[in-house]
Design a protein around this ligand. Sequence first.
Ligand code: 13P
Ligand code: SF4
Length: 348
Amino acid sequence: MLEENETTFEEFYLQLEAKLKGVVPHIEIKYKAELAWKINKLKKDKNAVILGHNYMEPALYHSITDYVGDSLELSREAAKTENDIIVFCGVKFMAETAKILNPEKTVLLPSEKAGCSLAESITAADVRNLKKKFPGVPVVTYVNTYADVKAESDICCTSGNAAAVVNSLQTDTVIFLPDEYLAKNVARETGKHIIFPSNKNGNGTDVDFQMIGWHGKCEVHEKFTVEDIENVRKQFPDVVILAHPECSPEVVEASDFSGSTSAMTKYVEETSLNRYLLLTECSMGDNIAAANRGKEMLRLCSVRCPHMNEITLEDTLKALELNQYVIEIPESIRVRAAIAVERMLTIG
Ligand code: 13P
Ligand code: SF4
Protein backbone atom coordinates (compact mmCIF):
# COMPACT_ATOMS: atom_id res chain seq x y z
CA MET A 1 0.00 0.00 0.00
CA LEU A 2 1.07 3.58 -0.56
CA GLU A 3 2.36 5.36 2.51
CA GLU A 4 1.29 8.92 3.11
CA ASN A 5 3.82 9.16 5.96
CA GLU A 6 6.54 11.44 4.74
CA THR A 7 4.86 12.34 1.48
CA THR A 8 2.79 15.34 0.50
CA PHE A 9 -0.71 14.88 -0.85
CA GLU A 10 0.56 15.70 -4.35
CA GLU A 11 3.17 12.92 -4.17
CA PHE A 12 0.60 10.48 -2.77
CA TYR A 13 -1.78 11.34 -5.62
CA LEU A 14 0.92 10.90 -8.28
CA GLN A 15 1.91 7.49 -6.88
CA LEU A 16 -1.71 6.38 -6.86
CA GLU A 17 -2.26 7.70 -10.36
CA ALA A 18 0.76 5.73 -11.64
CA LYS A 19 -0.58 2.58 -9.98
CA LEU A 20 -4.14 2.90 -11.27
CA LYS A 21 -3.49 4.25 -14.76
CA GLY A 22 -5.60 2.41 -17.32
CA VAL A 23 -7.45 0.51 -14.57
CA VAL A 24 -9.46 3.31 -12.91
CA PRO A 25 -10.86 6.19 -15.04
CA HIS A 26 -8.47 9.12 -14.74
CA ILE A 27 -11.19 11.52 -13.68
CA GLU A 28 -11.92 9.45 -10.56
CA ILE A 29 -8.38 9.13 -9.29
CA LYS A 30 -7.98 12.64 -7.79
CA TYR A 31 -11.29 12.37 -5.94
CA LYS A 32 -10.42 8.92 -4.59
CA ALA A 33 -6.91 10.04 -3.62
CA GLU A 34 -8.44 12.84 -1.52
CA LEU A 35 -10.67 10.39 0.31
CA ALA A 36 -7.81 7.94 0.80
CA TRP A 37 -5.57 10.71 2.17
CA LYS A 38 -8.20 11.61 4.80
CA ILE A 39 -8.73 7.94 5.70
CA ASN A 40 -5.00 7.32 6.14
CA LYS A 41 -4.69 10.32 8.45
CA LEU A 42 -7.68 9.31 10.56
CA LYS A 43 -6.51 5.72 10.66
CA LYS A 44 -3.23 6.86 12.21
CA ASP A 45 -4.92 9.22 14.68
CA LYS A 46 -7.24 6.45 15.89
CA ASN A 47 -4.62 3.67 15.89
CA ALA A 48 -6.68 1.64 13.43
CA VAL A 49 -5.58 -1.02 10.98
CA ILE A 50 -7.35 -1.58 7.66
CA LEU A 51 -7.63 -5.13 6.37
CA GLY A 52 -8.72 -5.38 2.73
CA HIS A 53 -9.97 -8.45 0.93
CA ASN A 54 -8.58 -9.15 -2.56
CA TYR A 55 -12.01 -8.24 -4.01
CA MET A 56 -11.88 -4.58 -2.96
CA GLU A 57 -12.14 -2.07 -5.79
CA PRO A 58 -8.68 -1.07 -7.11
CA ALA A 59 -8.49 2.50 -5.74
CA LEU A 60 -9.38 1.37 -2.22
CA TYR A 61 -7.21 -1.75 -2.46
CA HIS A 62 -4.12 0.20 -3.51
CA SER A 63 -4.48 3.27 -1.28
CA ILE A 64 -5.66 2.64 2.30
CA THR A 65 -5.11 -1.02 3.17
CA ASP A 66 -2.43 -2.10 5.62
CA TYR A 67 -2.86 -5.75 4.69
CA VAL A 68 -4.61 -7.34 1.73
CA GLY A 69 -5.28 -11.01 1.20
CA ASP A 70 -7.69 -13.91 1.08
CA SER A 71 -9.94 -14.90 3.99
CA LEU A 72 -7.32 -17.09 5.61
CA GLU A 73 -4.52 -14.52 5.41
CA LEU A 74 -6.77 -11.77 6.75
CA SER A 75 -7.90 -14.00 9.64
CA ARG A 76 -4.25 -14.53 10.49
CA GLU A 77 -3.56 -10.78 10.32
CA ALA A 78 -6.61 -10.10 12.49
CA ALA A 79 -5.34 -12.62 15.04
CA LYS A 80 -2.03 -10.80 15.50
CA THR A 81 -2.93 -7.13 15.17
CA GLU A 82 -2.01 -4.77 17.99
CA ASN A 83 -4.12 -1.81 16.83
CA ASP A 84 -7.16 -0.71 18.85
CA ILE A 85 -9.53 -0.68 15.88
CA ILE A 86 -9.80 -3.10 12.96
CA VAL A 87 -11.61 -1.70 9.93
CA PHE A 88 -12.58 -4.63 7.75
CA CYS A 89 -12.89 -3.78 4.07
CA GLY A 90 -14.58 -7.03 3.16
CA VAL A 91 -17.91 -8.62 4.06
CA LYS A 92 -19.66 -9.27 7.35
CA PHE A 93 -18.53 -12.85 7.95
CA MET A 94 -14.90 -11.69 7.58
CA ALA A 95 -15.37 -8.84 10.07
CA GLU A 96 -17.08 -11.27 12.44
CA THR A 97 -14.11 -13.63 12.19
CA ALA A 98 -11.83 -10.73 13.16
CA LYS A 99 -14.08 -9.99 16.17
CA ILE A 100 -14.20 -13.66 17.17
CA LEU A 101 -10.40 -13.55 17.40
CA ASN A 102 -10.26 -10.09 19.03
CA PRO A 103 -13.04 -9.70 21.59
CA GLU A 104 -11.32 -6.71 23.24
CA LYS A 105 -10.92 -4.70 20.04
CA THR A 106 -13.38 -2.61 18.07
CA VAL A 107 -14.09 -4.16 14.68
CA LEU A 108 -15.79 -1.92 12.11
CA LEU A 109 -17.47 -2.95 8.86
CA PRO A 110 -18.03 0.12 6.63
CA SER A 111 -21.39 -1.08 5.24
CA GLU A 112 -24.23 -2.96 6.91
CA LYS A 113 -25.22 -4.34 3.52
CA ALA A 114 -22.03 -6.31 2.91
CA GLY A 115 -23.40 -9.84 3.37
CA CYS A 116 -22.71 -13.05 1.41
CA SER A 117 -25.05 -15.53 -0.29
CA LEU A 118 -23.16 -18.46 1.23
CA ALA A 119 -23.37 -17.10 4.78
CA GLU A 120 -27.12 -16.51 4.25
CA SER A 121 -27.67 -20.08 3.03
CA ILE A 122 -27.48 -21.82 6.41
CA THR A 123 -28.57 -21.22 10.02
CA ALA A 124 -27.32 -22.53 13.34
CA ALA A 125 -30.57 -24.55 13.61
CA ASP A 126 -29.78 -26.23 10.26
CA VAL A 127 -26.41 -27.32 11.63
CA ARG A 128 -27.97 -28.60 14.87
CA ASN A 129 -30.43 -30.67 12.81
CA LEU A 130 -27.62 -32.18 10.76
CA LYS A 131 -25.71 -33.05 13.93
CA LYS A 132 -28.80 -34.83 15.25
CA LYS A 133 -29.14 -36.73 12.00
CA PHE A 134 -25.46 -37.70 11.86
CA PRO A 135 -24.35 -37.92 15.50
CA GLY A 136 -20.64 -37.87 16.17
CA VAL A 137 -19.69 -36.80 12.64
CA PRO A 138 -17.35 -33.77 12.77
CA VAL A 139 -18.66 -30.53 11.27
CA VAL A 140 -16.39 -28.44 9.02
CA THR A 141 -17.82 -25.05 8.11
CA TYR A 142 -16.51 -22.73 5.47
CA VAL A 143 -15.45 -19.43 7.00
CA ASN A 144 -18.15 -17.81 4.79
CA THR A 145 -20.73 -18.34 7.58
CA TYR A 146 -21.97 -16.24 10.47
CA ALA A 147 -20.68 -16.59 14.03
CA ASP A 148 -23.64 -18.65 15.33
CA VAL A 149 -23.06 -21.25 12.60
CA LYS A 150 -19.34 -21.34 13.37
CA ALA A 151 -20.25 -21.88 17.03
CA GLU A 152 -21.99 -25.16 16.07
CA SER A 153 -18.90 -26.37 14.19
CA ASP A 154 -15.84 -28.36 15.13
CA ILE A 155 -13.52 -26.55 12.77
CA CYS A 156 -13.68 -23.86 10.08
CA CYS A 157 -11.88 -23.80 6.77
CA THR A 158 -11.31 -21.39 3.91
CA SER A 159 -10.79 -22.02 0.21
CA GLY A 160 -7.07 -21.88 1.04
CA ASN A 161 -7.02 -24.85 3.41
CA ALA A 162 -10.30 -26.77 2.95
CA ALA A 163 -8.77 -30.08 1.80
CA ALA A 164 -6.06 -29.87 4.47
CA VAL A 165 -8.72 -29.29 7.16
CA VAL A 166 -10.79 -32.27 5.98
CA ASN A 167 -7.70 -34.49 5.85
CA SER A 168 -6.60 -33.30 9.31
CA LEU A 169 -9.71 -34.80 10.90
CA GLN A 170 -8.65 -38.34 10.05
CA THR A 171 -12.24 -39.57 10.15
CA ASP A 172 -14.05 -41.50 7.44
CA THR A 173 -16.93 -39.04 7.33
CA VAL A 174 -17.33 -35.26 7.69
CA ILE A 175 -20.20 -32.79 7.47
CA PHE A 176 -18.97 -29.98 5.18
CA LEU A 177 -21.06 -26.80 5.06
CA PRO A 178 -22.51 -24.80 3.38
CA ASP A 179 -20.97 -24.46 -0.12
CA GLU A 180 -22.14 -27.27 -2.41
CA TYR A 181 -19.50 -26.60 -5.06
CA LEU A 182 -16.58 -26.19 -2.67
CA ALA A 183 -17.68 -29.42 -0.96
CA LYS A 184 -17.74 -31.26 -4.29
CA ASN A 185 -14.33 -29.84 -5.23
CA VAL A 186 -12.90 -30.87 -1.85
CA ALA A 187 -14.52 -34.32 -2.12
CA ARG A 188 -12.75 -34.79 -5.43
CA GLU A 189 -9.44 -33.54 -4.07
CA THR A 190 -9.59 -35.74 -0.99
CA GLY A 191 -11.08 -38.75 -2.79
CA LYS A 192 -14.25 -38.76 -0.65
CA HIS A 193 -17.84 -39.42 -1.72
CA ILE A 194 -20.40 -36.76 -0.91
CA ILE A 195 -24.17 -36.70 -0.26
CA PHE A 196 -26.66 -33.88 0.18
CA PRO A 197 -29.14 -35.05 2.83
CA SER A 198 -31.95 -32.73 1.78
CA ASN A 199 -31.92 -34.30 -1.74
CA LYS A 200 -34.57 -36.96 -2.18
CA ASN A 201 -31.86 -39.49 -3.13
CA GLY A 202 -29.56 -38.64 -0.28
CA ASN A 203 -31.24 -39.79 2.92
CA GLY A 204 -27.88 -40.54 4.45
CA THR A 205 -28.49 -44.21 5.21
CA ASP A 206 -28.39 -46.14 1.98
CA VAL A 207 -25.43 -44.67 0.14
CA ASP A 208 -21.70 -44.97 0.48
CA PHE A 209 -20.80 -41.47 1.60
CA GLN A 210 -17.92 -39.79 3.39
CA MET A 211 -18.91 -36.13 3.11
CA ILE A 212 -22.26 -34.63 3.93
CA GLY A 213 -22.90 -31.32 2.19
CA TRP A 214 -25.36 -28.45 1.97
CA HIS A 215 -26.85 -26.44 -0.86
CA GLY A 216 -25.28 -23.04 -0.38
CA LYS A 217 -23.85 -21.34 -3.44
CA CYS A 218 -21.86 -18.22 -4.11
CA GLU A 219 -24.08 -16.04 -6.27
CA VAL A 220 -20.99 -14.79 -8.12
CA HIS A 221 -19.09 -18.00 -8.82
CA GLU A 222 -22.14 -20.05 -9.75
CA LYS A 223 -22.49 -17.82 -12.83
CA PHE A 224 -19.39 -19.17 -14.60
CA THR A 225 -19.95 -22.01 -17.05
CA VAL A 226 -17.87 -24.47 -19.05
CA GLU A 227 -19.28 -22.73 -22.13
CA ASP A 228 -17.65 -19.46 -20.98
CA ILE A 229 -14.34 -21.30 -20.82
CA GLU A 230 -14.78 -22.87 -24.26
CA ASN A 231 -15.66 -19.53 -25.81
CA VAL A 232 -12.67 -17.75 -24.32
CA ARG A 233 -10.30 -20.57 -25.30
CA LYS A 234 -11.60 -20.44 -28.87
CA GLN A 235 -10.88 -16.71 -29.07
CA PHE A 236 -7.60 -16.77 -27.09
CA PRO A 237 -6.01 -20.23 -27.42
CA ASP A 238 -3.02 -19.25 -25.24
CA VAL A 239 -5.13 -18.09 -22.28
CA VAL A 240 -4.48 -19.58 -18.83
CA ILE A 241 -7.72 -19.96 -16.88
CA LEU A 242 -7.87 -19.74 -13.09
CA ALA A 243 -11.05 -20.62 -11.18
CA HIS A 244 -11.98 -20.09 -7.54
CA PRO A 245 -13.10 -23.36 -5.86
CA GLU A 246 -16.55 -21.81 -5.25
CA CYS A 247 -17.10 -22.44 -9.02
CA SER A 248 -18.81 -25.67 -10.06
CA PRO A 249 -16.61 -28.80 -10.24
CA GLU A 250 -17.13 -28.85 -14.03
CA VAL A 251 -15.74 -25.30 -14.31
CA VAL A 252 -12.84 -26.08 -11.97
CA GLU A 253 -12.03 -29.19 -13.99
CA ALA A 254 -12.06 -27.27 -17.28
CA SER A 255 -9.70 -24.61 -15.86
CA ASP A 256 -5.92 -24.70 -15.63
CA PHE A 257 -5.61 -23.80 -11.95
CA SER A 258 -7.91 -23.50 -8.95
CA GLY A 259 -7.15 -21.88 -5.62
CA SER A 260 -8.05 -19.19 -3.13
CA THR A 261 -8.04 -15.55 -4.23
CA SER A 262 -4.45 -15.16 -3.00
CA ALA A 263 -3.34 -18.45 -4.57
CA MET A 264 -4.65 -17.17 -7.92
CA THR A 265 -2.91 -13.81 -7.45
CA LYS A 266 0.35 -15.59 -6.63
CA TYR A 267 -0.02 -17.85 -9.66
CA VAL A 268 -0.22 -14.81 -11.97
CA GLU A 269 2.69 -13.10 -10.20
CA GLU A 270 4.92 -16.15 -10.34
CA THR A 271 4.31 -17.29 -13.93
CA SER A 272 5.33 -15.35 -17.00
CA LEU A 273 2.58 -16.10 -19.46
CA ASN A 274 0.89 -13.53 -21.67
CA ARG A 275 -2.77 -13.81 -20.88
CA TYR A 276 -4.91 -14.92 -17.96
CA LEU A 277 -8.62 -15.22 -17.30
CA LEU A 278 -9.80 -15.21 -13.70
CA LEU A 279 -13.11 -16.90 -13.00
CA THR A 280 -13.83 -14.94 -9.87
CA GLU A 281 -15.03 -11.53 -8.74
CA CYS A 282 -13.83 -9.09 -11.40
CA SER A 283 -12.26 -6.34 -9.24
CA MET A 284 -9.55 -8.82 -8.42
CA GLY A 285 -8.58 -8.90 -12.10
CA ASP A 286 -8.22 -5.09 -11.94
CA ASN A 287 -6.06 -5.31 -8.82
CA ILE A 288 -3.77 -7.89 -10.39
CA ALA A 289 -3.64 -5.92 -13.66
CA ALA A 290 -2.58 -2.78 -11.77
CA ALA A 291 0.23 -4.69 -10.03
CA ASN A 292 1.36 -6.75 -13.06
CA ARG A 293 1.67 -4.43 -16.04
CA GLY A 294 2.60 -6.41 -19.15
CA LYS A 295 0.35 -9.36 -18.28
CA GLU A 296 -3.05 -9.25 -19.91
CA MET A 297 -5.96 -10.01 -17.59
CA LEU A 298 -9.12 -10.98 -19.46
CA ARG A 299 -12.30 -10.32 -17.47
CA LEU A 300 -15.89 -11.51 -17.68
CA CYS A 301 -16.70 -8.22 -16.12
CA SER A 302 -20.38 -8.42 -15.47
CA VAL A 303 -19.38 -10.47 -12.46
CA ARG A 304 -18.97 -8.18 -9.43
CA CYS A 305 -19.90 -9.36 -5.93
CA PRO A 306 -22.71 -7.00 -4.87
CA HIS A 307 -21.69 -7.38 -1.21
CA MET A 308 -18.02 -6.56 -1.69
CA ASN A 309 -19.16 -3.70 -3.92
CA GLU A 310 -20.85 -2.11 -0.89
CA ILE A 311 -17.47 -1.26 0.60
CA THR A 312 -16.38 2.13 -0.72
CA LEU A 313 -13.80 4.74 0.22
CA GLU A 314 -16.67 7.07 1.19
CA ASP A 315 -18.12 4.53 3.64
CA THR A 316 -14.71 3.61 4.99
CA LEU A 317 -14.09 7.28 5.83
CA LYS A 318 -17.48 7.46 7.54
CA ALA A 319 -16.73 4.23 9.41
CA LEU A 320 -13.66 5.84 10.96
CA GLU A 321 -15.32 9.22 11.57
CA LEU A 322 -18.47 7.81 13.18
CA ASN A 323 -17.11 4.54 14.57
CA GLN A 324 -19.56 2.47 12.52
CA TYR A 325 -20.69 -0.28 12.02
CA VAL A 326 -19.47 -2.00 15.17
CA ILE A 327 -19.44 -5.81 15.00
CA GLU A 328 -20.95 -7.36 18.14
CA ILE A 329 -21.18 -11.07 18.90
CA PRO A 330 -22.76 -12.46 22.08
CA GLU A 331 -19.94 -13.85 24.22
CA SER A 332 -21.54 -17.32 24.55
CA ILE A 333 -21.48 -17.65 20.73
CA ARG A 334 -18.09 -16.00 20.26
CA VAL A 335 -16.31 -18.35 22.65
CA ARG A 336 -17.59 -21.45 20.84
CA ALA A 337 -16.96 -19.98 17.40
CA ALA A 338 -13.40 -19.07 18.45
CA ILE A 339 -12.60 -22.74 19.05
CA ALA A 340 -13.53 -23.61 15.45
CA VAL A 341 -11.67 -20.61 13.98
CA GLU A 342 -8.54 -21.08 16.10
CA ARG A 343 -8.42 -24.78 15.17
CA MET A 344 -8.52 -23.72 11.52
CA LEU A 345 -5.61 -21.32 12.00
CA THR A 346 -3.38 -24.18 13.14
CA ILE A 347 -3.80 -25.88 9.74
CA GLY A 348 -2.52 -25.11 6.24
P1 13P B 1 -10.93 -16.39 -0.44
O1 13P B 1 -10.81 -16.95 0.93
O2 13P B 1 -10.33 -17.28 -1.50
O3 13P B 1 -10.39 -15.00 -0.49
O4 13P B 1 -12.47 -16.34 -0.83
C1 13P B 1 -13.40 -15.56 -0.15
C2 13P B 1 -14.61 -15.36 -0.95
O5 13P B 1 -15.61 -14.88 -0.44
C3 13P B 1 -14.58 -15.78 -2.34
O6 13P B 1 -15.80 -15.50 -2.93
FE1 SF4 C 1 -19.94 -14.34 -0.72
FE2 SF4 C 1 -19.61 -14.98 -3.28
FE3 SF4 C 1 -19.43 -12.44 -2.53
FE4 SF4 C 1 -17.50 -14.19 -1.85
S1 SF4 C 1 -18.05 -13.51 -3.91
S2 SF4 C 1 -18.47 -12.67 -0.52
S3 SF4 C 1 -18.73 -16.06 -1.53
S4 SF4 C 1 -21.28 -13.73 -2.41
